[in-house]
Design a protein around this ligand. Sequence first.
Ligand code: ADP
Ligand code: MG
Length: 339
Amino acid sequence: MSERIELLPEHVANQIAAGEVVQRPASVVKELLENAIDAGGTEIQLIVKEGGKTLIQVVDNGAGMNRADAELSVVRHATSKIRKAEDLFEIHTMGFRGEALASIAAIARLDLQTRNGKDDLGTHLKMMGGTRESVEETVIPQGTSISVKNLFFNIPARRNFLKSSKVEFRHVLEEFQRVALAHPEVSFKMTHNDAQFLNIPESNLRRRIVNLFGSRMNDQLVPVGEETQVVRVGGFICKPEYAKKSRGMQFFFVNNRFVKNPYLHHAIMNAYEGLLRPDTLPGYFIFLEVPPDTIDINIHPTKTEIKFENEQTVYAILRSAVKHSLGQFNIRPVLDFDS
Ligand code: ADP
Ligand code: MG
């Protein structure tokens, strides 16, 4: 008989875990968009109000869920994406930890409507602060719609830490861009404060970049390509004369997952050496493909940091691929800028 130790109730455990998964509205956007992608959605809509502070909603036309799955989807460690420990070495989906919906439901109001291709009626599940309020049948098209309101209503410290709608919207947009870049084959719509903000058709990567960042991008992009046994490098870099003082156009994807990696950023900066004006950063949209068992995605709950088995080799190959592209397009060294 234990004397002092007790297992925490599930909703408390979920609230603790939520602290790591959900930092701000943009974290919710990331998780919901990734779930829509994993469900095979080809048309995905994101609706936010006040930078996501009052509403975040994602609607997809993907596989949907039956009632039992819908009820399980908000339970922690419940996932359809892996079955056993070995699967961790061969992840093909954005999610696999089975904690996003449970975490979000623990710290907000979550409204889930979903229908799969087999059932005539869908399921409408309402959760508030980790407790189920209702589950009913509903008439909806195939797919899933999840809306999140009252984020952090039960965590005052987090709620008060939220920045202005403008700042939160910038973070939301950044997450949206990351998912939209990784999936040019999916069409996206985005609405902010009831006004349509973006409406981008399915296309290829080049056109997706132009749709997201403006038509001037088309002249700036230089393709990158290199293939070895350790890594395949693809995507685009921007010509050095378009480098900017501000961040915002630096994107790495590893096996189609956006990651942050200062070490690989360094490889790119190194390749641009001598071509950039002081304190400017080139834009890049780099896609790396590596065998899934040579990376570890599972070092942080948000999965934006990963570990490579062959980090130095990847660095060298990336650097040489970028150098090669810059050379091939006959890019002028920095001294020529004023001439
Ligand atoms: P994970 O994505 O890691 O599995 P989540 O908590 O994000 O965990 O989602 C739990 C489960 O709910 C998923 O494994 C999936 O089966 C289901 N699910 C979530 N969102 C959707 C969606 N948009 N369409 C269909 N199924 C979904
Ligand atoms: Mg998920």
